[in-house]
Design a protein around this ligand. Structure first.
Ligand code: HAS
Length: 542
């Protein structure tokens, strides 16, 4: 990565890991409170802590890490950014940082205790919403720099497929642009004027619908950078090759198409949206599972090819040959394994009827701690172990490599206990987003207590994991020996088919994307505005 680009990427990493430290500490406080054995000091409220936790980890850590990583990946594979593109990224970075600081201050002042989903009827101070707007606009600028570098590359290399990592970063940025239109409209047309007292009321269903239009794509915005590493980086680390460039690109394009028109699967229990439109979006949700299954297939194929190359024999002999001692491979691999139960849980959530059982229970919290907080985060840690030293001109030493492996096992162990308990007690009816209560010593609530203690045990182990990863981060950023750590990028396997250019024909894909969004959302949104299928009075949008 070009030196000046490395500075931009590294600036993002500092904020991301600071957010991890703050958000992680809040997570520890939360599991303690929910165990019933601990009370927060002073006037600090449970929901305030929960908001800091969700915003810092779900919004700040992820957005900064992703934008920094993608920026570095584009610079590495498409070449250094131009001065203008770099300035756009710097402005974006500072805008995001300013926005984060504004939102954080408001949450700490208890003026924005609205959780990381921040839709109505909970209302925050206008500075919080303005801060979030800055975060989004800032991320657009960093994303815009990547798209612009891609366009420039394609002009200079007519008729050639673009570098895979650059293409993937651009797909994720485009998905982010389209998805954030939802949250930007929610904030600018509803929440901000409402908190400023310019409009008297907002429609809760509209704010939730706009949020979830964005909110599900948000989770794939988190996932795709992990998939970038799985498809294009992990093969190089293990000495192998990418199974198929076309398959990787197709799966990313499918994510672009199907990540957005699926928001209703978060609203399956909500009145005001008719069963037909929920059903349609459930079908589209099942479509978005396909590119993940393609990814699983591709990973197994790539691992097997490499393992056999190394002399692995028989049905599973190749498995043993993989480089298990290399944290850059093992840490993301543990993330992949976690995605098997995590994805199965997602399929349960998305199944219309089963959603009635799990919705708003702590099962859902268990689900997203396996997906984003394990699969995605462990892959991000795995990336950080070579990216940070690459950016700072240092190397990952064998001691840090061992510590990284210990960190990943600590994380997996803590998460198995915490997320396992959450899934189980969710099925026994324990609600998510609630502080400790025995509900007047109700028999059902008493049954939840042992699981909540297990959550606290798992959460404490996870916190140890956070301390370990912060030690490794500090070492790689400031103390590790100087040197040249590789930014690994894999080549495509010889036997893979040539990549068809249709996969980069944006006109086709964008048309399908817009059509799917219009089909999935036009009538239900008109229904909500005009009174909805349940015949309420309707609502004027503005
Ligand atoms: Fe989800 C709720 C459905 C994936 C995150 N999800 C959430 C929330 C979050 C979240 C944060 O339909 C809570 C939001 C809130 O606060 O209310 N989710 C799905 C489905 C998938 C899915 C169908 N979710 C994710 C990912 C996330 C994430 C990814 C973050 C990164 N989710 C839902 C639904 C809800 C929901 C409902 C709402 C629930 C409610 O009622 O509120 C799918 O994308 C999952 C597909 C995945 C697979 C797995 C493929 C496996 C792979 C690994 C291969 C392994 C290898 C290693 C190669 C089919 C690729 C092998 C090695 C060996 C040794 C075996």
């Amino acid at each position: 990565v070009n030196k000046q680009d490395a500075r931009v990427a590294m600036a993002h990493m500092y904020v991301a890991f600071l957010a991890l430290a703050i958000g992680g500490l809040m997570g520890l406080l939360q599991v303690f409170v929910r165990s019933g054995k601990y009370e927060l000091p002073g006037n600090i409220g449970y929901y305030q802590v929960l908001t800091v936790h969700g915003v810092m980890l779900g919004l700040v850590l992820t957005t900064f890490f992703i934008m920094g990583f993608q920026y570095a990946a584009v610079s590495r594979t498409a070449g250094a950014f131009s001065a203008k593109q770099r300035t756009s990224a710097w402005i974006g970075f500072w805008l995001m940082t300013l926005g984060t600081a504004m939102a954080a201050v408001m949450i700490l002042l208890n003026e924005a205790t609205v959780l990381y989903t921040f839709y109505a009827p909970l209302q925050a101070h206008w500075i919080f919403y303005l801060g979030l707007t800055f975060v989004v606009v800032g991320s657009w600028l960093v994303g815009f720099a990547q798209v612009s570098r891609y366009v420039q590359w394609r002009k200079a290399h007519k008729g050639e497929p673009s570098p895979l990592l650059t293409f993937m970063a651009v797909v994720n940025s485009v998905m982010w642009f389209v998805a954030t239109i939802g949250v930007a409209s929610e904030v600018l047309l509803q929440l901000l004027p409402w908190s400023l007292g310019l409009i008297e009321r907002v429609d809760v269903l509209i704010t939730r619908t706009l949020f979830w239009y964005f909110g599900h794509a948000l989770v794939y915005f988190w996932l795709l950078p992990a998939y970038m590493a799985w498809y294009a980086i992990v093969p190089k680390i293990i000495g192998g090759r990418i199974f198929s460039d076309s398959l990787a690109r197709l799966s990313f394009m499918l994510f672009l198409l199907f990540s957005i028109p699926v928001g209703f699967h978060h609203q399956l229990t909500e009145p005001g949206i008719s069963a037909f439109w929920k059903f349609l979006q459930v079908i589209l949700t099942f479509m978005v599972i396909i590119p993940s299954l393609m990814t699983a297939f591709s990973m197994f194929a790539m691992f097997e090819m490499r393992g056999r190359e190394l002399g692995g024999k028989g049905l599973f002999g190749w498995f043993r040959k993989l480089p298990w001692g290399d944290a850059r491979f093992l840490v993301p691999f543990i993330g992949m394994v976690a995605f098997i139960p995590a994805g199965a849980g997602g399929i349960i959530n998305a199944s219309h009827q089963m959603n009635q059982v799990v919705h708003n229970t702590i099962w859902v919290t268990g689900h997203f701690h396996l997906t984003v907080a394990t699969t995605v985060l462990l892959t991000f840690f795995g990336i950080a172990y070579w990216l940070i030293p690459h950016l700072t001109g240092r190397v990952l030493t064998p001691q840090m490599n061992t510590l990284a492996i210990v960190q990943a096992f600590t994380w997996a162990f803590g998460m198995t206990i915490m997320s396992g308990a959450m899934h189980w007690v969710g099925l026994l009816g324990a609600p998510r987003r609630s502080s400790f209560s025995t509900y007047g010593d109700a028999a059902q609530a008493m049954e939840w207590i042992p699981y909540q203690i297990a959550q606290a045990v798992g959460g404490t182990i996870l916190f140890l994991g956070i301390i370990l990863v912060l030690i490794i981060f500090a070492n790689l950023a400031w103390f590790a020996p100087k040197g040249d750590e590789e930014f690994p990028v894999a080549e495509v396997a010889e036997q893979a088919e040539k990549t068809p250019m249709v996969l980069e024909n944006w006109k086709i894909w964008m048309t399908v994307l817009v059509a799917l969004i219009l089909i999935a959302y036009t009538i239900p949104v008109m229904d909500i505005v005009n009174g909805g299928p349940l015949g309420s009075k309707g609502f004027k949008l503005w």
